[in-house]
Design a protein around this ligand. Sequence first.
Ligand code: AMP
Length: 282
Amino acid sequence: MQIITDPSQLQQTCLQWRAQGQRIALVPTMGFFHAGHESLMEHARTVADKVVVTLFVNPTQFGPGEDLEAYPRDHDRDTAVASARGVDVLFMPAPGTMYEADHATWVEVPELARGLCGLTRPTHFRGVCTVVLKLFMLTLPHMAFFGQKDWQQLAIIRRMTRDLNVPVHVEGRPIVREQDGLALSSRNVYLLPDERRQAPAIRAGLCLAADMAARGEKDTATLAEAIRTYWREHLPAGTEDYLAFVHPESLAPVTRMDGQVLCAVAVRLGKARLIDNILMGS
Ligand code: AMP
């Protein structure tokens, strides 16, 4: 596995691969790899000739007071994991190389970025879109893989890619979970033992609502109340950031179950802010 720290070297490498007709897959990450990241790498390995994993804790997607400095990092372990997964290039940009001091260009999808995580993180998706488009331009991938855990991010990147005619196949991959249902996240390390014990209730509440929907409940306010009631008992240390029923693509709020509906949540638990989601209805 080659480790590249210089953006222009990454671009040269990928341009050469393209010229040779190699099919390139991109997996953008912020590192501190877990089995969710590894599932993306593994899938990319099976469908592409060349797999590029990027590891960049992108400062522009963090707001003031968020965990940019505290975000967990372990480059040695990440390098070993990526290498073991058969990654061809691990791109870890050297500090200061991704944004010029007078960087002035931003990519935004405001309609999709206002709700859900955008409510408390108003500049987050602008940072995500901008860095993902930059990574697309640096790696010129045929395909890029993202986790469905960050559903809003995936919907926004799909829309950006479509609207700007970016020739990259964007694919969402299933959420990888702990055995008790907690979605894997680099931020799970922030949880204290008692918070970790309660955390699976996030997912259990979502499953409870999905069961009610499968049994015919149509009113999303009733489903939301069932989740909150469950959380009050099983997740007393958690505070709801948002709990929303939305259309899976447009992310527009849904009040009656009709077709597939996404229930997306964010919960603050100690130092962690955890997100999860479930598709329900048919
Ligand atoms: P991150 O390093 O947290 O920015 O995540 C990098 C990529 O891994 C994103 O596309 C995430 O959606 C994806 N990802 C994170 N957690 C999971 C998970 N539990 N299952 C599947 N994909 C995940």
